[in-house]
Write a protein that binds this ligand. Structure first.
Ligand code: ATP
Length: 624
């Protein structure tokens, strides 16, 4: 594709300079980088590891966070407006962040349904868009296969998965496609196919495509319209591949490689083998950067006859001829809290997300079986360890133990799996959110609503089963009050799992922190310590403790109205259930208030989790 000189570049940037703070002071990551891309061009950013490829890509995509950014970026010749620009730019991340249990077609369909406006596209048009993207990306034959993952979950191949990632973005019909290392983790033929298809789309859709790439094959390089070569954050070259080779040859570095990419990388890689070698290659890179500035300024290739040999030897011996950093355009990027505008109504988002979340939940076999089996196992043990409780003094201890086990079983087995599921999905959700796919509130509702049937149904069976097997007080009112108490602690437990999922960064850390936090809270339930005799300074904890309210509710509900036999030899004898409740200090709050307070705690947990999710998902980008 030939870029016509009379068209305006779709994206142009000048004097991009990016600094970050490091222990040694300010570190310059990019130095005065300028360039432009025209519609229909496929441009590759190349350079060795740490050259600044991803940083440049992120800056141009408006995704850089932190640090100080200078320069100027224009979209279609004008200053970029975050809302318009972000809608027209599609960013494909290096890691394929997708829901592994969804099929290829479902994944693309959800993206189209959420990200294409209902006002502009009919359902049929959205479906046709998905079909056309699948055809274009050669995904039709795997349309109904699960996406899977590279870490063992069965699904499509690595190349197909990468193409699904691209498809998710392409269904929105962007003007600019940005890909971070699209070939990483792929074998050479898949990587070539990837670049080939990207080139095809660039031509067919007049899509401007910018990608970072490490070490492309000669066949891949031949498909690039232009290359941007970076080293140490400095621009070594930007332009056509063939001209790049002659540019460097003109500077006295003849290519000995069949693959131009290897030549560029060899020429611009910093040699870290010793401090002397490092200094030498830094001087070399600086000289190449200066030479390119000169090349651009003169507007023509350096006459090889004049400079062959002399430039190369100059590079080897001298320091930089000009400090390219002194000419920074002092336009500093401001932090923008870019909130992508939703494409569709809240209800329509909720309906799409509910369908997807439900499909994800029921396809997660370990979650479904785990959630169903754990309460049933608990029911059998609770029922038969405390089988047919009677009214002797031993039954007091058994009731106390059974009710505490019931309380605890409504926390750990719910919180840990729910937390794992929420945290595993978090990165995909944040990716979707950064593309403006939906509001966080609709996602939050869909996620919570899908958990309820999975959790509540098995627990209701567990409660009813253990109630009758253990023979708690047979009384309809008591049965339903106990059930309400259990549903309240389950509600609070799920809220708790959301808070931990939003508060803790890594799943490993969450798996350590959560059991410790729950074990501490358990001390305040009123079983291990007397609810009224806790160390005064720590007593407030019981009022934010889901165990305390639930246990208090269960104990009062079961014990009130019971009378116990007193054996003549018994050292301690409880005559009535009320005596037990009083002795344990669990008569402080009426049962209805215990239920209400657990619901209030649950609502508070959900509210905190929602605020944390919104805060986490709110993109804070430096914007030029
Ligand atoms: N926010 C930051 N804080 C500190 N250092 C940073 C930051 N962003 C980038 N860097 C550093 O800047 C350099 C360039 O990083 P970048 O990820 O852009 O390189 P790259 O060319 O994409 O490398 P690779 O091919 O290995 O991914 C690296 O040394 C990196 O550690």
């Amino acid at each position: 594709m030939k870029a016509s000189s009379e068209t305006t570049p779709i994206l142009s940037w000048s004097n991009i300079t990016y600094d970050v703070k490091s222990k040694q002071g300010v570190r310059r990551i990019l130095h005065n980088i300028s360039g432009e891309i025209y519609p229909g061009e496929l441009v590759a950013i190349m350079g060795s590891s740490g050259a600044g490829k991803t940083t440049l890509l992120n800056i141009l995509s408006g995704r850089v966070q932190g640090g100080r950014l200078y320069g100027d970026i224009k979209f279609n010749g004008k200053k970029r407006v975050p809302h318009t620009f972000k809608r027209l730019l599609a960013y494909v991340e290096q890691d394929d962040l997708m829901f592994t249990q969804m099929t290829v077609k479902e994944t693309l369909a959800v993206s189209a349904q959420l990200r294409l406006s209902d006002e502009k596209y009919t359902k049929e048009e959205k479906t046709e868009r998905v079909e056309s993207v699948m055809r274009q990306l050669r995904l039709t034959h795997v349309a109904d296969s699960r996406v899977g993952s590279s870490s063992g979950e069965r699904g499509v191949s690595g190349g197909e998965r990468k193409r699904v990632s691209i498809g998710i973005e392409l269904v929105t019909d962007p003007a600019i496609l940005v890909l971070d290392e699209p070939s990483s983790g792929l074998d050479s033929s898949s990587a070539e196919m990837e670049v080939g298809l990207t080139k095809e789309m660039a031509v067919q859709r007049r899509l401007c495509t910018l990608m970072t790439i490490h070490q492309p094959s000669a066949e891949m390089v031949a498909k690039f319209d232009k290359v941007i070569i970076l080293a140490q954050g400095k621009l070594m070259y930007m332009g056509r591949v063939g001209e790049a080779v002659s540019h460097f040859e003109g500077l006295g570095f003849p290519s000995t490689h069949a693959n131009p990419a290897n030549f560029f990388i060899d020429l611009t890689t910093i040699d870290f083998s010793s401090s002397k070698a490092m200094h030498r290659s830094e001087v070399h890179v600086q000289a190449l950067a200066d030479a390119f500035i000169k090349h651009k300024e003169s507007g023509m290739a350096i006459d090889s006859g004049n400079s062959t040999g002399s430039f190369a030897s100059e590079v080897k011996t001298s320091c930089s001829r000009q400090d390219i950093d002194i000419d920074i355009t002092k336009e500093v990027a401001a932090m923008t809290l870019y909130e992508p505008a939703p494409m569709n109504s809240w209800i329509s988002e909720l309906a799409i997300l509910l369908k997807r979340e439900w499909a994800l939940s029921v396809r997660n076999r370990s979650l479904v079986y785990g959630m169903a089996c754990e309460p049933l196992v608990m029911m059998i043990f609770l029922g038969f360890v405390f089988f047919q409780l009677d009214n002797n003094q031993a039954s007091v201890q058994n009731r106390i133990g059974a009710l505490f086990s019931l309380t605890v079983s409504c926390t750990f087995p719910v919180i840990i799996p729910a937390m794992t599921v929420i945290m595993t999905a978090r990165d995909v959700v944040l990716r979707e959110r950064s593309g403006g796919a939906y509001r966080m509130s609709s996602y939050f509702f869909a996620k919570t609503l899908c958990f309820y049937p999975l959790v509540y149904l098995p627990y209701i069976v567990m409660y009813a089963g253990s109630y009758f097997i253990a023979h708690f007080q047979y009384n309809a009112a008591k049965f339903f009050i106990g059930l309400a108490n259990m549903l309240a602690i389950l509600f609070a437990s799920m809220g708790f799992s959301f808070v931990v999922s939003m508060l803790v960064r890594s799943l490993e850390a969450a798996h350590i922190i959560t059991p410790v936090a729950l074990a501490v809270l358990m001390l305040f339930a009123g079983n291990m310590s007397n609810a009224k005799a806790v160390t005064p300074v720590l007593r407030w904890i019981k009022y934010v403790c889901i165990y305390f309210y639930a246990y208090s509710g269960f104990v009062q509900n079961e014990f009130t109205g019971l009378e116990f036999e007193c054996e003549p030899t018994a050292a301690i004898c409880y005559h009535t259930g009320e005596d037990v409740v009083r002795t344990y200090g669990l008569d402080e709050l009426p049962i209805w208030l215990c239920i209400v307070l657990n619901l209030v705690l649950g609502i508070a947990f959900y509210a905190i989790a929602y605020c944390l999710l919104r805060w986490m998902a709110k993109p804070r980008y430096l914007w030029l």
